[in-house]
Every structure is written in C-alpha cells, then in structure tokens.
Design a protein around this ligand. Structure first.
Ligand SMILES: Cc1cc2nc3c(=O)[nH]c(=O)nc-3n(C[C@H](O)[C@H](O)[C@H](O)COP(=O)(O)O)c2cc1C
Length: 184
C-alpha cells in the first residue's frame, strides 16, 4: 500500500500531487514590501521540486502589518507587480502549485530582522505604531500596540480582502490567512 504522504489530496478545487508542502519562511529580503530577485531564487527553486505545494513567506496585507521593514507585502500596485514577476517565473519553469500566506503581524510588528536581533525598532529607526486587538505589548520593551476599534478591525478585514484580490490576479492557487506570523 503506498504511503499516504505520496498520494494526492484535494483541497476544494485544487489537487496536490502529494501531501508535502514547503512551509512559509520569512526571507527579510523585500524592499518596501516588494519582491526582488531573491524571491525568484527562493520560491523558484522549490517550484521546480517535487513538493505538492509551495507557500510564500508571511506576506503582509498592510505596511503596519509587517513584522519588519524587510517583510514581503501585498498592499500596493508595486508589491503586486513584483510578486507577479516571481510567480510568473515559477509558473514558467516550475511544476508545483503556489500558495500565499497573507498575514498581519499585529503587536509583533515594527521589529528588526532576526539577523539583527529581532528586537523592536527604536523611534529613530523608523519604528511604526503597531495595531492589535488590545493595547498589550508582545513582551517587555515591545511597542504598545494601538487597540483596534470595530472600525479599525473592519479596515484590517478589508485589507485582507484587497490583498486576496491581488493574490487572485497574480494567479496563486491557494491563500492562507495568518495572524502573528512566525518565526519568533
Ligand atoms: C526561517 C523561518 C521562517 C519562518 N517563516 C514563517 C512564516 O513566514 N510564516 C509562518 O507561518 N511560519 C513561519 N515559520 C514557521 C515554519 O513555517 C514552521 O511552521 C515551523 O518551522 C515549524 O515546523 P517544523 O517543526 O517542521 O520546523 C518560519 C520558520 C523559520 C525557521
């Protein structure tokens, strides 16, 4: 009997050839949320492989929703165009369905990249006001987030919708919604 790992699985209309998915992995290589050549290399190598699905790194639905200034985003036309270039490349040379993880970092945002320590940005390092359900910081010395009102929550929901529409235009096969993305 074949291992279940290597049998197809159907997720609504999408069939994956096997149950191995390349996990979302923050790359901290984006410029103003936009993908660069690094992302062609990162996602392109997996798209040519044998996994059943490849996921993008956590991709912020707004500038405020990024973990760090180097996080990938999908909140502007420039973000959409640069990510489309990456996914077009994966489609041309790869064989694997592509999924996107849309994310909002909430109170974990406005931080240094892990290679630089991952601590919160200081005021003179272009820190931004984070937003979360409550004004409770992620930990000691972290930014106190702005507690979102009903209106603020509706705005975040709308940002997820808009980013999903951008993802559909780009041609992603699957969207995952994620709050408080890893790795930290
Ligand atoms: C470098 C790195 C980046 C990661 N980036 C993300 C991410 O963007 N989104 C997410 O949901 N998880 C992220 N994770 C978590 C992984 O996707 C995975 O869930 C986690 O490593 C647990 O799986 P494992 O026990 O097989 O390592 C990241 C992990 C690492 C090591």
């Amino acid at each position: 009997m074949p291992s279940a790992l290597f049998t197809p699985i159907e997720l609504r209309g999408l069939t994956l050839n096997n149950r191995i998915a390349v996990s979302s992995m923050c790359q901290y290589a984006a410029e103003n949320g936009s993908a660069v050549d690094w992302h062609i290399m990162h996602l392109g190598q997996y798209a040519m492989g044998a996994a059943g699905l490849v996921m993008t790194e956590a991709t912020a639905v707004s500038e405020v929703g990024r973990i760090t200034p180097k996080c990938l985003g999908l909140y502007s036309d420039e973000n959409e165009a640069t990510l489309k270039r990456v996914i077009d490349f994966c489609r041309e040379y790869g064989v694997t369905p592509m999924g996107i993880q849309l994310a909002h970092a909430g109170r974990k945002g406005s931080a240094h990249i892990p290679l630089d320590g991952g601590k919160p940005l200081a005021a003179d390092e272009n820190a931004w006001t984070t937003a979360a359900p409550s004004a409770i910081p992620f930990g000691p010395d972290w930014h106190v987030p702005q507690a979102l009102s009903r209106e603020g929550l509706a705005t975040v929901r709308a940002e997820f919708v808009t980013a999903t529409e951008r993802a559909a235009r780009i041609g992603f096969d699957l969207v995952e919604f994620r709050s408080n993305p890893c790795p930290s």
